[in-house]
Design a protein around this ligand. Sequence first.
Ligand code: GLV
Ligand code: MN
Ligand code: MN
Length: 382
Amino acid sequence: MRDCHQEIARWMEPLRAQVRVDAAGNFRGFYPAARPNAPRLLIGSHLDTVPNAGAYDGILGVVLAVSLLEELHGRRLPFGIEVVGFSEEEGVRFGTPFIGSCALVGRLDRELLDVQDAQGISVRKAIEEFGLNPEEIPQTELENDTLGYLEFHIEQGPVLEKLNLPLAAVEAIAGQSRLEFTFLGRGNHAGTTPMHLRRDAMAGAAQWIGTAERVAQGVPGLIATVGKIEAKPGAANVIAAEARLTLDVRHSSDEIRTRAVTDLIRQAQEIAIRRGLSVRESTLLSQRAVAMDPFLTGEIEQAILKTGYKPHRMVSGAGHDAMILVEKVPTAMIFLRTPGGISHDPAESVAGEDIEKAIQCGLYLLDQLASSPEFQERIRRA
Ligand code: GLV
Ligand code: MN
Ligand code: MN
């Protein structure tokens, strides 16, 4: 991550931007406005990835923000632009996503700082080990001079490819819940313990995984994923004493999502009781579905139209830092077509021409905002 920050800082040197890494490990590069003390527009995405990731999820949005500034060729706008590269969006290390963006909205609190990774290292400790000061996190909070947040991101699904369109405006982002479940049984010898005398934590977890899949299949639009499982002690000839797994549940309706989570917790308990196990769960995230800013989204549609394409509006099933920033500032997203709809995999890609279209669209958007009476009013009020 340090190398990544240095590389982006190097790209931004010719822009004479002011770069820094904030106390939550987010890269920040500020390109000043035409006049001093003008408010700023944030543009960015995240720099972390999932394991065995593709090259574009997140980072493309940061690179695009820098490219947009390059394409201004030194021109200053009535507002400053701050490039943001968020530090921990995916939630791989700590199980909890959006840590970097939570800092900007004042939600990187004591509880979140105490969350630990698999090695028992807390978020607070990780921040310190990176050479940053967690006491300075309150200073990362957005100031009143922030006009909004704009995020370019690959769609990570097949919709735009099917429609033969390079870009889309995102109108909303589905809510998501992330939990960790631990089934506890009795470790024992795999060769000598008859099947009817076992309290196998792994078998209980497996039954519940099948239940989660069936529950989601039965509700239109509901997504439930168990992406990670870990058994202890973890040997072929030992019945698992413990099985720890993750659950990720999403839906555009918060009510349907939270009802599904409650149902799956109840079913885990029933399975555990039937098998002589116990189960405990902890909720790492319950993030509501959010709508993007209607004004900015309308402007994005106009900008897409100017690039020569029909502006398509869509809901994002993937989570983004935008769903956190929207709590504090007007927020909008632009999706780029994802070949094959493949993401969170090394085969993830994006077409060079689509990136060109995204940069064109971004430039149209910045010019529209610079001359829009509504946005000028927002600049005056900020
Ligand atoms: C972020 O990639 C997500 O899990 O939606
Ligand atoms: Mn991702
Ligand atoms: Mn992403």
